[in-house]
Design a protein around this ligand. Structure first.
Ligand SMILES: [Mg+2]
Length: 331
């Protein structure tokens, strides 16, 4: 980082953040600082979750893939997913829009409508924003949410904990592959819906946190193995994932057959990945029906470092290292 001519492509997203964050000083009232799904802050006697995320045309989606309303909805919902990962209740958001001059005002109304509707669906309201000219369309939303009494971050996983995920994985990544190939076959519709309109697990996240069952949690935005690696890094542990146990949707199985690569590495599922200490597994079983979504055991936390993927015969298939990085091209 000290060589001034190096670019973000040289340094990478992870490299840049690991150089930036240790020097960042947080003030009083910061209960949880950077590096988690949300910051936790104290204002007066209330605690809030605080998070921000952006969708950028050409980076996160091609404009032809989604309606303006869907772009607005998704921009809010990806933030709500970070709140779900910490068991909070979305309350207030502000919106920063960057829009090319040639963008149709009718489309911008539809996009804004999508943000407002998604916020309302999640119990939140849009309380302000900013509009500026930009080369590409982007929507950035900062969201404030009620914090639960108990704070769960990515740091609490311990050896012996079980690893669970909600819902199914890989649908959104499969949709991106199909959309990229120009495909719009009828059987792809459920996958494309999951890419365009994610359903953050707010209800399940709250129950998992408030019940005290989970030791660590994250939302799966960059792929199961990568996001599990983040939990492991933060917690100072390793993990083992059983490839055959990763939950796949019927639509995913119909189109991709037995290939689990997109379910393991694909992003944008917005499911929850959590770790559950052995002593809480029975309680999770009793709570399962109240979550409103399936939850599946996919592996366990180990004492070493790194995430190992194991096959049905128990043999290691591969060790997972780096995954998606915004500034590094996939090798
Ligand atoms: Mg997240």
């Amino acid at each position: 980082l000290t060589v001034p001519t190096r670019t973000l492509a040289d340094v990478g997203e992870v490299g840049f953040l690991s150089a930036l964050l240790p020097g960042l000083r947080t003030g009083p009232g910061t209960l949880v600082g950077p590096g988690q799904d949300c910051a936790v802050i104290r204002c007066g006697n209330r605690r809030w979750l605080f998070t921000v995320d952006a969708l950028v045309a050409g980076v996160h989606f091609k404009p032809a893939w989604m309606s303006p309303r869907q772009i607005g909805r998704k921009s809010f919902l990806v933030n709500a997913s970070d709140v779900a990962a910490m068991g909070g209740r979305p309350r207030f958001c502000v919106v920063s829009l960057g829009v090319p001059s040639a963008y149709r005002s009718r489309d911008l109304f539809a996009l804004q409508d999508g943000i407002v509707a998604a916020a309302r669906d999640c119990g939140a309201s849009v309380v302000g924003g900013n509009l500026s000219r930009a080369a590409e369309l982007f929507v950035s939303i900062a969201l404030l949410a009620d914090a639960p009494k108990r704070i769960v971050t990515r740091r609490g996983a311990r050896p012996g904990d079980r690893v669970y995920v909600t819902g199914t994985l890989g649908d959104a990544a499969a949709a991106v592959r199909l959309l990229g190939a120009g495909g719009s076959e009828r059987r792809a519709v459920p996958l494309i819906r999951r890419f365009c309109e994610p359903a953050p697990r707010l209800h399940a996240g709250r129950i998992l946190v408030e019940s005290g069952i989970v030791s660590a949690m994250i939302d799966v935005s960059d792929g199961l193995l990568q996001d599990l690696a983040r939990v492991c890094d933060e917690s100072g542990v390793g993990a083992r994932v059983h490839a055959g146990q990763v939950p796949l949707s019927p639509a995913y199985r119909r189109i991709l057959g037995g290939s689990d690569a997109l379910a393991l590495h694909g992003g944008e599922d917005y499911e929850l990945l959590c770790t559950v200490p052995e002593r809480n597994v029975k309680r999770l079983e009793r709570t399962r029906a109240r979550l409103g979504c399936p939850i599946t055991l996919v592996g366990d936390i180990t004492a070493g470092r790194g995430v190992r993927l194991v096959g049905n015969d128990g043999r290691t298939l591969r060790l997972h290292s780096a995954g998606f990085d915004h500034f590094r091209s996939p090798s």
